[in-house]
Design a protein around this ligand. Structure first.
Ligand SMILES: C[S@@+](CC[C@H](N)C(=O)[O-])C[C@H]1O[C@@H](n2cnc3c(N)ncnc32)[C@H](O)[C@@H]1O
Length: 219
């Protein structure tokens, strides 16, 4: 059976190309179609707008970092360090290569590991994940939030509810034989994430994020 690692090893390069450049032609048809119902660049812009001002001289841990796009973008806000973690060896090798080419390897570290296999997380001030928690089972999510504890986190979130977008995404992951893509209702999130971490769902520019960062709370 295809694992999450196999799936992303095969997909992450094309997925990243088309997600951040809609004009990219040299990608499979599935990605060309799927990109029209994704808002990856917007998700990145919103993340940078919200988190950029907070990360000066801080260590940011980026889970499911892919080829490192978020990591490199966050470096523009002068963090102490950015650590990217991903299950895909293809993603991590490419991220390391890109860091070296851009002479950013002193401020970045990329680690290939399945997050659910880690006993503890590397030290961080903020942990973030874009398009990441959607690939974790309920048990894996529970384990992740236990490891994070009450420290600040920021994850993009797709709510489980009926919508054309969710229907299209369900068809896409089935077509692509993704070994596991999950959506959680707000009630499920409440039951998974310990309330002691002060979690809430933030809506910004029509995108949702699961976070506990007080500075981003709207009244
Ligand atoms: C949708 S991509 C998002 C990539 C990147 N965050 C971005 O938005 O450009 C999801 C990423 O999560 C990674 N991933 C999925 N499950 C993982 C796990 N259990 N541990 C670490 N990384 C994982 C995949 O390899 C993939 O790179």
């Amino acid at each position: 059976m295809k694992t999450q690692k196999d799936y992303w090893n095969k997909k992450i390069v094309d997925w990243t190309k088309i997600s951040y450049d809609k004009k990219e032609k040299n990608v499979p048809l599935a990605e060309k179609i799927a990109t029209h119902f994704r808002a990856i660049s917007k998700r990145m812009d919103v993340t940078l707008k919200l988190l950029g001002p907070l990360v000066n001289n801080k260590t940011v841990l980026n889970l499911g970092c892919g080829l490192g796009n978020e990591c490199f973008a966050i470096l523009g806000f002068n963090p102490k360090k950015v650590i990217g973690i991903d299950i895909s060896s293809v993603a991590i090798e490419e991220a390391q290569e890109r860091a070296k080419k851009r002479k950013l390897d002193k401020k970045t570290e990329f680690i290939e590991v399945d997050i659910s296999q880690l006993k503890t997380l590397p030290e961080f001030d903020y942990v973030i994940g874009l398009g990441f928690i959607d690939y974790l089972t309920k048990d894996e999510l529970q384990g992740l939030f236990e490891k994070i504890g009450n420290r600040p986190y920021f994850f993009s979130y797709f709510e489980k509810k009926f919508s054309l977008l969710n229907l299209m995404h369900a068809l896409y992951v089935r077509w692509q034989k993704c070994p596991g893509a999950y959506k959680y209702s707000r009630a499920e999130i409440e039951s998974i994430v310990p309330s002691s971490s002060q979690n809430y769902i933030l809506e910004e520019d029509s995108l949702l994020f699961l976070t506990n960062i007080d500075a981003l709370r709207k009244n």
